[in-house]
Each structure stands twice: as C-alpha cells, then as structure tokens.
Write a protein that binds this ligand. Structure first.
Ligand SMILES: Cc1cc2nc3c(=O)[nH]c(=O)nc-3n(C[C@H](O)[C@H](O)[C@H](O)COP(=O)(O)OP(=O)(O)OC[C@H]3O[C@@H](n4cnc5c(N)ncnc54)[C@H](O)[C@@H]3O)c2cc1C
Length: 321
C-alpha cells in the first residue's frame, strides 16, 4: 500500500495541511509525533491564552485551539497516528517513512511540519513560572496584563533578543536586557537602537541563575559571569530570546538545510530540494514563527502537493478506487 501523502507533525502547520489535503480527497496520513520535537499539537500546547489567532475575538487557550484543529483534520478525512517518525528515506520512491512503533509507510508525497523548539535555560523555578511571567515569545505574550507598565527582563544578545527587547518597550515600563558577555551579537543598527533606547537597560556579563516569586514571577537572580557576584532583579517578566532549534535532525542527510538547520524552501513556495517533499511552519521559518504563518504555509504545502500529485500520478483514481 502506498499512501498519497504523509504529513509529519501536528502543530498548526501539520493540521492545516491535513485539513486541506483531506478535503482534496488525498486521504493524508499524519504522524502527530509523541515526544520527539514536542508533544502532539505542537508548541501551542504549552501556552495558555492565544490572543492573536484570527477568529477568536476573546482569545483561545492554546490546547483548545489545537484540539479544534485536530478535530477538523479528522473530519476532513485525515488518518492520525500518534507516533514519532524516526527515519525517512527520500532517496527511494515512493518515499519511505518509519515510525518509533516500527510502522513503515510508503508515500508518494511528504509534507514536513516538525516545527522548532524554543531554547530554555531550565532555571530553578522555570516550570512554576512558565506562562506566569516566563515566556519564550514576546510577540505572543508581550501584551499580557502581567507586563503592563512593569519591569521585565530579556535574556540574550543576538538579533532576536534585541528585537524582543525593543518590542516589549511597547508594554513594559522598563526592559532589562541580560547579556552573558560584554558585547551584543546583534547587527550594528539593532545595537544602536537598543543602546539608545531610554526604556532599555543592558546588564553586561549577566547570567540568570534562578527565578522567584509567589504565584507569578517576581524576581530573577543574576550572577556576574566575571566576578561571580549574585544579585536580585525585581521583574514581572522574563523572556528567553536565546534561539530556537529546528526539529530537523531526521532530515540532515536527506534535505538541504540552511546553516542554522532550518529546511530550505524555494522562493515563495514550500518546496524543498526534493521533488515531492514540502516543508511548512517553523521548521522552515526562523523569521515569523507564529501559529497563523505556520497554518498558512501548511495550507500552501497541501495545495502544492495536491497539484504536483495530480500532475505526476492518477492519485485520486488509485486512492479512491
Ligand atoms: C510558549 C509559546 C507560546 C506561543 N504563543 C503563541 C501565540 O500566542 N500566538 C502565535 O501565533 N504563536 C505562538 N507561539 C508560536 C507558535 O506556537 C508556533 O509558531 C507554531 O506552533 C508553529 O507551528 P508548527 O506547526 O510549525 O510547529 P509546532 O507547533 O512546533 O509543532 C511541531 C509538531 O511536530 C511534531 N514533531 C516533531 N518531530 C516529530 C517527529 N520526529 N515525528 C513526528 N512528529 C514530530 C511535534 O510533536 C509537533 O506536533 C508560541 C510558542 C510558544 C513556545
């Protein structure tokens, strides 16, 4: 049995691809994942309120949104398998996909939606204050009332950290940028913007070592990386901007990746360097990294796969007959 289309990953990109491919009668098979690269449902399963996904005027809980997308994928005709893909072979055709439960599936087309994982520091207290002051996404969580006119901290020294610090000045009274070394890695222009901003204070050679508070975050303990001296910074928010790891370990020998490990896609499309394989969502996007952009590119990948399949094969006839 050769499947028309296998989708790997079940975040907004994977489920949206499944909805479109299901409605196009491709009978897609989705490997939702289990523990590799995040849980089924993806990154939004680890957040509370999602305020910026269109269609939810009052906001929606991340897990509820993903549950709705899952139901819609099922209703559209997708088959969902809650298992991690552990190997793929794109050198043979039909492609081969193997899962942890030793399932081997052959497919005429594959859409990769395995997302990315925001790096965390795993500080003492982090689990308790995750979503209660600690976040890895300023655009997602900056408008939380917790941070309105408050002091908050951003950890990191690259372009993302500087961008997040600047973005957060819209909401916070003051942003403390905690930089491990004595220089920023961000571009010159971004550095100038942050150095000249009167709401941003840079703390050089500063490493957060633990987080404290009652119900919500109230303070971050910081160590001077040169002297070892420890001090407490009173803040209501701590934003990690120390990078993301794309979940592409599986594809390293199979697909063209960029220097940071993201899957390379061609121009405005979601096509990879292997015809018949597409990539959508955060696994190929280190710029926007939002649920709506992931969903949008999942839709693109499904439409592109459908067109390609109908040009290449009599897919509908063989699948439906
Ligand atoms: C805490 C937090 C809060 C956020 N809040 C918002 C917000 O409010 N609004 C917003 O727009 N965005 C938000 N984001 C960003 C948003 O979650 C991501 O941009 C979006 O989830 C990316 O979707 P994706 O489908 O590309 O991948 P992901 O959501 O990362 O999903 C990847 C999927 O791939 C699966 N997977 C990985 N490896 C394998 C494998 N080997 N085999 C099978 N499956 C695999 C995982 O199980 C998972 O289902 C937030 C992110 C975080 C971390």
């Amino acid at each position: 049995m050769v499947e028309n289309l296998v989708i790997i990953g079940s975040g907004p990109a994977g489920y949206t691809a499944a909805i479109y491919a299901g409605r196009a009668q491709l009978q897609p098979v989705v490997f939702e994942g289990f523990s590799a690269g995040g849980i089924p449902g993806g990154q939004l399963m680890s957040t509370t309120e999602v305020e910026n996904f269109p269609g939810f005027a009052e906001g929606v809980q991340g897990p509820k949104l993903m549950q709705q997308m899952r139901q819609q994928a099922l209703r559209s005709g997708a088959t969902l398998i809650t298992d991690d893909v552990i190997a793929v072979d794109f050198t043979q055709y039909p492609f081969l996909i193997a899962s942890a439960d030793l399932l081997e599936v052959k497919a005429q087309a594959v859409i990769i939606c395995t997302g990315a994982t925001a790096k965390r520091l795993h500080l003492p207290g982090e689990e308790k204050f995750w979503n209660n002051g600690i976040s890895a996404c300023a655009i997602c969580d900056g408008a939380n009332p917790l941070f309105a006119n408050a002091d908050i901290a951003v950890v990191g020294g690259g372009d993302s950290a500087v961008e997040e610090a600047l973005y957060l000045t819209k909401y916070a009274r003051k942003v403390h940028l905690l930089v491990r070394s004595d220089r920023l890695r961000a571009s010159k222009t971004m550095q100038e913007r942050v150095l000249n901003h009167n709401q941003i204070q840079i703390h050089w050679r500063s490493l957060p070592i633990s987080t404290h508070g009652d119900e919500v975050l109230g303070c971050v303990r910081i160590q001077d990386t040169q002297t070892g001296m420890v001090s407490d910074l009173t803040v209501s928010g701590l934003f990690y901007a120390i990078g993301h790891t794309p979940n592409t370990g599986l594809f390293q020998e199979q697909l063209a990746l960029d220097e940071a490990g993201y899957i390379k896609t061609e121009g405005k499309s979601t096509a990879t360097n292997i015809p018949g394989v597409w990539a959508a969502g955060d696994v190929q996007d280190h710029i926007y990294r939002q649920a709506i952009t992931a969903a949008g590119s999942g839709c693109m990948a499904a439409l592109e796969a459908e067109r390609w399949l109908s040009q290449q094969h009599s897919v509908f006839i063989s699948a439906v007959a």
